[in-house]
Design a protein around this ligand. Structure first.
Ligand code: PEP
Ligand code: MG
Length: 892
C-alpha cells in the first residue's frame, strides 16, 4: 500500500525525492538530535496523485488524521483546542529548493475560540490576536483566493490610523479589529466564511500547498531553473513555535559561511519579536547575527554549535531558519545553501583543506557556469566617483541599466528590444520574479542578504544590492530619492556593483575581472596580494585537468587569439575559420577572384591571396607550435564578400538618375551579386560545394597551409596543421575535395623537399553526413561536429532568425527548456552525433572526433560530448577554462 505521510524521525536525506528537500532535512536534523519542533511530511507522491486526479488520494485523509493524532498525543494538546491549543504550520517543500515560490500557512488551528485559549496560555492577548490575524490573512489569500494586497491595504490603513510605523506597535484590540476586517473581506470577496474547524483548515491548507506547485510563479521559476514540472511538492505539517512572543523571542536565518564570498564564520540576519516570514520579506530591517549574540548569548552559542554539527554532517555550507521562543532555540529548516560562484570555489577549497571533502568532491561542487560568471568584467574602480547609495553586496558582478520601478516595466523594456534595466524595489516578493528575470540587476532599499531579492538574485546569478537604506523608493511616482536629496527618475542609467554593494548614477566603464586576467597570465602578475579566489579556481581547474578525458581546443583564427587560447590552457585549435581572413583590405582581392572573366584572371587573384593566407597560417602555427591546428577550408557563400545588393543597385540607379555613366566596377559587381543571389544562402553554394565549383580555391588555401608548414619546419618549429572540409553531405564530395588536397600537399612536399603530412578530415554538420558517417570515415581521418549547422539542419531552424522569432514562445510552451543552439539537443542532434561516432569509429578505429560548434563551450553540452566519447571540444578562447572545468566534472 502506498504510504503518503512520514513522521520526521522516519524520514531522512536519502528520501529527498519523496519528502522534498525541507521534509528530508527536517527528518535529518531530528535524527541528529537537534531541537526540531515535531511534525510530519506528506509526500510528493501524494501531491502528484492529487494534481493528476483533482481529488485526494484514497487513504491520505486517514493517514493525515492518524499522524495529526500522534502529534496531538505527543504534545498533550489537540489542534485548535479551546484552552492552550496546538497550532501547526503547513509549508511546501519540493525536491529542489524554490524559495518563496509556493505557499506557506502558519498558525493553522486558530479560531474564534482557540484565540482566547492561546492568549491565556501565552499570557499575551496581543500575541494571540497577531497570530490569528496572520492565519486569516495567509489562509484568505492562499486557500480562499482573496488578493493578498487587499489584506496589506487593510493593515496599512490601520497603521496610518494609529500613526504607527510597524505592525509591532498595534495592540491586541487593534489586531482583533483587524481580524474582523479580514473576515469581512473574505466574506465579501468569496461569499464564504473563514472556516472555524481546525481539521478543515488543515486539510484545505494542505491541498492549497499542493496546488501552489502549479502556480504561475512556481512554473516560471522551474522553467528558469530547469526543474522538471512533474515532481510535485511535499507538505510539511509541524508544531508551531513562536518568534513573536516578545523581546526574548525572534526569528532568523543563518549561513554557516558567508554565501557571497565563502568566508568562514556565522552569518545571517535576526529579527526580534517576529515570525519567520518577516525576516526574508524585508518588512522590518533585521539585525546581523552578531546582534543576537548580545541579545541572547545562550541561544547564540547553541546556534553556533548546531551549525557546526550541520556543516560537519552535510560537509557543506548549510543555511538554516530558526526561531527563538522565549529563550528556547528551535531549528525550523536547513539545507545545503545557495551561494555565489565566488563562494562556491572558496568553500570547495576550504572544505578540502579542512579535510571534510576530497578533491573530486570539491570539483563536483563548482561549475563552469559559475566560473564564466567570475570571468565577467567588473567596474573600473578608477572611474567610479562617490556612490549614489550603498547597500549590502548580495549577489556579485557589475551591471549597467535603466532604472525601472516595477516588474512589469522591466519585462516590457526587456521584451521591447533587450534594453538593460535595473529593477529598483523597496523589497521584492515572488511576484517580482518576471522582472528579476528581465533585469540585469536588482536594487532594494530594505532587507538583508538573506532577503527574497538576495536569495533569488544569487540563484539566478543576477547582480544584486539590497538594503540600501539611504534610498527611498517611490514606486507610484517611479523614482527614487536618496537621503541627500538626489532624485533618480525611471529610465535614468544606474551602475550596480553587487560585489561592493554600491550603486552609481550613469554608466561606469567595465574592466576585465581579476580571475580572468590571472587565469590568462598565470598567477605571476600578482600585485603583491595573494588572491584566494584565484587560488581556489586554479585548484579546481588543476583537478579537472588531472581527471578529464576530453581535450579542450580553441576556435581561433588569428595568432593573437591562438596565443590567448593557449594561455587559457587550450590544447590546440579545433576550428580555424578562414573566412575572417578574407575581409578588410583583402576583400578587393576576393572580389577580383569572384568577378574574374577568365581562368587566368582568377588564378592571378588567387596567387595574390596566397602569400597573405600563408602568413596567416604561419602566425597561427607558430602560436600553437607543437599542438594541432585544424584549418577549415572556406565555408560561407561567396556573395558574403560582395557588397550589399540593395545598396549597390540604389547607388547605380542614383548615378543613372543624375545622368552619370554608371561606374563599371559597380555594374560588374551588381551583375555578379545578382547572379549569385540565393534565397536560402545557408543551404546554398557554400562549404565543400564552393571548393568543388570554384576552380583553384581549395588548391590556393591548401598550398598556403602546406607552405606555412614548410616555413615553420625550416624555422625549427613543430607545426601540426590539419585540413578540414566543411559542410560535407556525401562521401563523394569529400573524396573529390580530398583528391585536390592530397595533390597539393604532395606537390608542396616535393617542391620544398619537406614532407607535409596533414591529416585531412571533415566537419559533420549535416544530418546526411552523420547518417552516412561510416562511409565518410573510410576517407576522412577526423570528424569535427559543427553543431551549429547540425542543429540548424536537423531542426530546420534558421540559426540567424529563429532565436528572435519564436524561441521565447517555445521556451514558454515548454517545447524545449534551453535554446538548442546553446545547449545540445541530446535526443535529436545528439543522437546524430552518437550515430556518427559509432559508425565512423567502426569504419576507422583511429578516427579522431571533436566538436567545434558553440556547444563546445556550453557546460551541459560538454557533459554530453564526454558521454558520447568524443576526443575533444573546441570553443572560443574565453570559454576554455569553463570547458576544462566541465570536462573534468563530466569525468567524475
Ligand atoms: C558549425 O556549424 O557548428 C560550425 C562550427 O561552423 P560555422 O559556425 O562556421 O558554420
Ligand atoms: Mg558550420
Amino acid at each position: 500500500m502506498v504510504r503518503y505521510v512520514y513522521d520526521f524521525p522516519d524520514g531522512g536525506r536519502e528520501k529527498a525525492g519523496l519528502l522534498g528537500g525541507k521534509g528530508a532535512n527536517l527528518a535529518e536534523m531530528t535524527r541528529l538530535g537537534l531541537p526540531v519542533p515535531p511534525g510530519f511530511t506528506l509526500t510528493t507522491e501524494a501531491c502528484r496523485d492529487f494534481l493528476a486526479t483533482g481529488t485526494e488520494p484514497a487513504g491520505l485523509t486517514r493517514e493525515l488524521s492518524a499522524h495529526l493524532a500522534g502529534l496531538e498525543e505527543a504534545a498533550g494538546r489537540r489542534l485548535g483546542q479551546r484552552d492552550d491549543p496546538l497550532l501547526v504550520s503547513v509549508r511546501s517543500g519540493a525536491r529542489f529548493s524554490m524559495p518563496g515560490m509556493m505557499e506557506t500557512i502558519l498558525d493553522v488551528g486558530l479560531n474564534d475560540d482557540s484565540v482566547d485559549g492561546l492568549a491565556k496560555a501565552s499570557g499575551s492577548e496581543r500575541f494571540a490576536w497577531d497570530s490569528y490575524r496572520r492565519l486569516v490573512q495567509m489562509f484568505g489569500s492562499t486557500v480562499m483566493g482573496v488578493g493578498a494586497p487587499l489584506f496589506e491595504e487593510a493593515l496599512d490603513r490601520l497603521k496610518v490610523l494609529r500613526g504607527v510605523p510597524d505592525d509591532v506597535h498595534l495592540d491586541a484590540a487593534d489586531l482583533a479589529g483587524l481580524v474582523e476586517s479580514y473576515k469581512e473581506l473574505i466574506r465579501s470577496e468569496t461569499g464564504e466564511e473563514f472556516p472555524q474547524s481546525p481539521a478543515d483548515q488543515l486539510r484545505r491548507a494542505v491541498l492549497a500547498v499542493f496546488l501552489s506547485w502549479n502556480g504561475e510563479r512556481a512554473r516560471l521559476y522551474r522553467r528558469r531553473e530547469h526543474i522538471p514540472d512533474d515532481l510535485g511538492t511535499a507538505v510539511n505539517v509541524q508544531r508551531m513555535v513562536f518568534g513573536n512572543l516578545g523581546a526574548d523571542s525572534g526569528s532568523g536565518v543563518a549561513f554557516t559561511r558567508d554565501p557571497a564570498t565563502g568566508r568562514p564564520g556565522l552569518y545571517g540576519d535576526y529579527l526580534p519579536d517576529a515570525q519567520g516570514e518577516d525576516v526574508v520579506a524585508g518588512i522590518r530591517n533585521t539585525v546581523p547575527l552578531a546582534g543576537l549574540e548580545r541579545l541572547d548569548p545562550h541561544s547564540y552559542e547553541q546556534l553556533r554549535e548546531h551549525m557546526r554539527t550541520l556543516e560537519r554532517h552535510y560537509r557543506d555550507l548549510c543555511d538554516i531558519e530558526f526561531t527563538i521562543e522565549r529563550g528556547k532555540l528551535w531549528m525550523l529548516q536547513t539545507r545545503v545553501g545557495k551561494r555565489t560562484a565566488e563562494a562556491a570555489f572558496a568553500i570547495a577549497a576550504a572544505l578540502t583543506d579542512e579535510g571534510l571533502i576530497g578533491a573530486d568532491e570539491a570539483l563536483s561542487r563548482v561549475s563552469g557556469e559559475g566560473l564564466a560568471r567570475l570571468m565577467f568584467p567588473r567596474f573600473d574602480a578608477s572611474a567610479t566617483g562617490e556612490p549614489l547609495a550603498r547597500g549590502l553586496p548580495a549577489s556579485p558582478g557589475a551591471a549597467v541599466g535603466a532604472a525601472v520601478f516595477d516588474s512589469a516595466e522591466a519585462v516590457r523594456r526587456h521584451a521591447a528590444g533587450g534594453e538593460p534595466v535595473v529593477l529598483v524595489r523597496q523589497e521584492t516578493n515572488p511576484d517580482d520574479l518576471p522582472g528579476m528575470v528581465a533585469a540585469r540587476a536588482v536594487l532594494t532599499s530594505r532587507g538583508g542578504k538573506t532577503s527574497h531579492a538576495a536569495v533569488v538574485a544569487r540563484g539566478m546569478g543576477k547582480v544584486c544590492v539590497c538594503g540600501a537604506e539611504d534610498v527611498v523608493v517611490d514606486t507610484a511616482a517611479r523614482r527614487l530619492t536618496t537621503r541627500d536629496g538626489t532624485v533618480v527618475e525611471e529610465g535614468a542609467v544606474l551602475s550596480v556593483d553587487g560585489s561592493a554593494g554600491t550603486v552609481y548614477t550613469g554608466a561606469v566603464p567595465l574592466v576585465d575581472s581579476t580571475v580572468m586576467r590571472r587565469l590568462e597570465t598565470g598567477d605571476t602578475d600578482d600585485d603583491g596580494i595573494p588572491d584566494a579566489l584565484v587560488g581556489a579556481v586554479t585548484r579546481a581547474l588543476d583537478r579537472a585537468d588531472e581527471v578529464r578525458r576530453l581535450e579542450v581546443r580553441a576556435n581561433a583564427d588569428t595568432p593573437e587569439d591562438a596565443a590567448r587560447a593557449r594561455r587559457f590552457g587550450a590544447q590546440g585549435i579545433g576550428l580555424c575559420r578562414t573566412e575572417h581572413m578574407f575581409l578588410g583590405e583583402r576583400r578587393r582581392l576576393v572580389e577580383r577572384m569572384i568577378l574574374a572573366g577568365s581562368d587566368t584572371d582568377r588564378d592571378r587573384a588567387l596567387e595574390d591571396l596566397l602569400p597573405l593566407q600563408r602568413q596567416d597560417f604561419t602566425g597561427i602555427l607558430a602560436a600553437m607550435d607543437g599542438l594541432p591546428v585544424t584549418i577549415r577550408l572556406l565555408d560561407p557563400p561567396l556573395h558574403e564578400f560582395l557588397p550589399d545588393r540593395l545598396g549597390l543597385a540604389t547607388r547605380l540607379a542614383a548615378a543613372e538618375a543624375r545622368g552619370e555613366t554608371p561606374d563599371g566596377h559597380d555594374a560588374d559587381l551588381l551583375d555578379a551579386v545578382n547572379r549569385m543571389h540565393e534565397e536560402n544562402p545557408m543551404l546554398g553554394l557554400r562549404g565543400v560545394r564552393l571548393g568543388l565549383v570554384v576552380p583553384g580555391l581549395v588548391a590556393m588555401q591548401v598550398r598556403a597551409v602546406a607552405e606555412a608548414v614548410v616555413e615553420r619546419v625550416r624555422a625549427g618549429g613543430s607545426p601540426r596543421a590539419e585540413i578540414m572540409v566543411p559542410l560535407v553531405g556525401d562521401v563523394t564530395e569529400f573524396r573529390l575535395a580530398r583528391e585536390e588536397v592530397d595533390r597539393v600537399l604532395a606537390d608542396v612536399s616535393a617542391t620544398f623537399g619537406v614532407p607535409v603530412d596533414c591529416p585531412v578530415g571533415t566537419m559533420i554538420e549535416l544530418p546526411r553526413a552523420a547518417l552516412t558517417a561510416g562511409r565518410i570515415a573510410e576517407d576522412a581521418e577526423f570528424f569535427s561536429f559543427g553543431t551549429n549547422d547540425l542543429t540548424q539542419t536537423t531542426w530546420g531552424f534558421s540559426r540567424d532568425d529563429v532565436e528572435a522569432a519564436f524561441f521565447s514562445a517555445y521556451l514558454d510552451k515548454g517545447v524545449f527548456t534551453a535554446s538548442p543552439f546553446e545547449t545540445i539537443d541530446r535526443e535529436g542532434v545528439g543522437r546524430l552525433v552518437e550515430i556518427a561516432v559509432a559508425e565512423g569509429r567502426s569504419a576507422r578505429p583511429s578516427l579522431e572526433t571533436g566538436v567545434c560548434g558553440e556547444h563546445g563551450g556550453d557546460p551541459e553540452s560538454v557533459h554530453f560530448f564526454h558521454a558520447a566519447g568524443l576526443d575533444y571540444v573546441s570553443c572560443s578562447p574565453f570559454r576554455i577554462p569553463v570547458a576544462r572545468l566541465e570536462a573534468g566534472r563530466a569525468a567524475l
